[in-house]
Design a protein around this ligand. Sequence first.
Ligand SMILES: *Cc1c(COP(=O)(O)O)cnc(C)c1O
Length: 364
Amino acid sequence: MQINDLSARIKANEQAITGAIQRVLTSGWLVLGPEVKQFESAFAQYLGVEYCVSVGNGTDAIELALRAFGVGPGDKVATVANAGMYTATAVRAIGAEPFFLDVDLNTRNVSLIEVERAIAAGVRFVVVTHLYGLATPEISQIAQLCAGSGAKLLEDCAQAHGAQVGGRMVGTFGDAASFSFYPTKNLGALGDGGAATTRHADVAERIRRLRQYGWTDKYNVEFDGARNTRLDEMQAAILSTFLPGLDAGNERRREIAARYNAGICHPQVEPPAAAGPEYVGHLYVLRSAQRDSLRQHLRAQGIASDIHYPVPDYRQPVFGDRYADVRLSNTERLAVEILTLPCYPEMTDAQIEQVVASVNSWQP
Ligand SMILES: *Cc1c(COP(=O)(O)O)cnc(C)c1O
């Protein structure tokens, strides 16, 4: 059993996908055309936010949103270190400097107190990652804190399309949000894609210019720090066919996670906290002090698992010993204890049962 099965999703939507591609071929528009406009407006409406600017991928969405905030070389940007290095990559592309925050052991997301530590240290830019599809519980308080202290807040929602806190979608709390439409995300294209969303007209306009050479209008470059990073018409058309199914897919993911939580019963395994609409089941991540042994047991039973993510950003080889004195105890503990089980909407009930039985039969 794979950790994900995109061929099942493609097969189930084959006609709609073919129709979307045909529509683009007939139109003759291939980049930044009507399908992109249509998808941007549908996704903004889904979230309940004014502006959506699509880009080539989720990492570019982070980078361009930060640039639109005014982040420049040498600026410090607060981020967690347990989210796969995506934000650190975007921050470094700008020449800015990550300021690493620890996460809560249970939610695996950043806590208010850690953001307070960054603000107190003079950091003016904050990225909150809603990891594994779980909305950061304190996002509303964090947004208030940032607004009150003049810090700009970006929510990285690449794993949390459709997650809600108090009836409000993640991505609507901060000054901007980034999304990835990488194929395995809850809303995934059949190739790369991403978007930044915001309620601020000026931020949206800056991102729109930054995604295409810094053009104010065609061939007129007024804006520095720009890139070329665009969503193409085929991916936009495909995303438009998948968007109406996002909530149902999220619901099925939640159901799989709930069945894991109800079925898995093992003294060496700590399942994640159960959750309602704040969790969209992007990844089901349990904890075990003997994670590697469990992983091997599952592999022997033909079940794939994965580790998201094994190396804290500040321990990545690219940094050398630059962050040798950074110690984030929860981040480091999670890195050696976490294990991701298969969790995707096309999983069958029999497969879910098989995973549960395999975990429960593990003898460490
Ligand atoms: C996938 C992901 C990204 C990056 O998205 P890409 O489209 O692959 O560039 C950023 N942040 C998080 C949390 C992600 O999971």
